[in-house]
Design a protein around this ligand. Sequence first.
Ligand code: HEM
Length: 462
Amino acid sequence: MYVHVKSTPVPIPPSGQYSPKRLHHNGRLKLQQFGPIVRQKLPGNTNLLYLFDPEDIEAMYAKEGRYPSRRSHLALQKYRLDRPHMFSTGGILPTNGKHWWELRRRAQKSMNKVSAVASRLPQVDEVCKEFAELISKVRREGSGRVGHFLDLQKRLFLELTITSLLEVRLGKLDDHSDEAEQLAHAVDETNCVVLPTDNGLQLWKYVRTPMYRRLVSAQDTIYRIAFKYVETKDDELRHARQKKKAEGESEPDTKHVTSILESFFESGLEDKDIVGLVSDTLMGGIDTGAYTMAYVLYSLANNQDKQDLLALEARRLLDASDGKVTTKVLSEARYLKAVMKETYRLHPISIGVGRVIQEDTVIRGFRIPKETVVVTQNQVISRLPEHFPDPQRFLPERWLHKAPPAHPFVVLPFGHGPRSCIGRRMAEQNLQTIILQVGSCSSVRMAKYILTERKHMVSRCG
Ligand code: HEM
């Protein structure tokens, strides 16, 4: 394995300093040792280029073109392309080029539609209130602590994703339904195999390796459940149309607010595409939400003064709205949004964004050949003092001024441009609602808790 700096191959010292499980640490080391642009060769002749300067990241984005390309979820793509009776594409995550855009353009019409996402806010709020009540109920006697909190958060975001997208409830949060457990396990399994199958030797392309078999089993489960809900919704919509026709109402009601799933059907997507999108959404919505929430609560736990300020805002807004989180409440929750942004800066759940360069490009005076895989290092640079004074401190107040506190390409939790996170609107609504509901709860307090490298919050994959 070699790292190239300024075109000179420099072998990484064989001291075990780089670990596939400590990507943030690897990124920091590379910046310190080799500077703001680093090339690493992976097995299989793939070049990885790490960018640490926001100007260079901006330059990369400026060249990403109409169909920004990413190299990820390759084994998932194989799973789907091998099953044309179930899927018409590899899905939005791994597909590139025009085929990606055909899927994305239709899907984002629904997922980015303000009214479609907001139409689910009352149900999302109900789930969040239930969660706040549940954690008060399940506290251990004596210590008042809640055990297995991350699992509870994953269960919450599974329910929130299903509620936001499929308009159904899997069940109460403390009811361990088979379907909820199977889905949560299948999503965990998929997330565990993505990185090793993308970056390893890729034997799975030729033989069914144990990793690939885990993916197949997990994806079979996700497909089965997604298919069931899509089929049910399809039937429901067909019956509604037939009923309207029978009643003589031929024109569609244009004032009717359609939900995300409903607008998937209206957008001309095939049923197979919709099942694929629902599966991708289940995979995209659970761990991302649960870990972000965990980091928000962790940051508040260790900054009691900020926790108090958030609680004050949450109680003031919820007292005026009968305890309900509404679109008005969300639009007025200024401190909450600053808390979220500061958490994305200190604890983004993604180290940065990956792109495959589409044409030969010059960055920082170096010619970067077409097909190079670039990984931006936002997680590392958003903690550098040249971008944020006192960078290790959790200071939501940085974000309350009119002017942005740093270069706009330093903190990019949802990516940027046409290939940025398609679920951002839904994710932000879900996260803001749960933080307001938990933050306003007078019986809940986040107690000081320090994470160490050993006690980290990232899933340990078996
Ligand atoms: C805090 C929550 C979330 C964070 C921080 C997050 C972050 C990201 C990031 C960094 C990307 C890559 C963007 C890029 O390449 O420019 C991404 C892509 C994506 N996200 Fe999210 N995400 C979150 C929640 C969600 C949710 C709730 C969903 C689904 C409902 C979702 C679905 C997706 C999908 C399908 C893509 C691929 C889009 C494409 O390739 O066109 N994400 N997300």
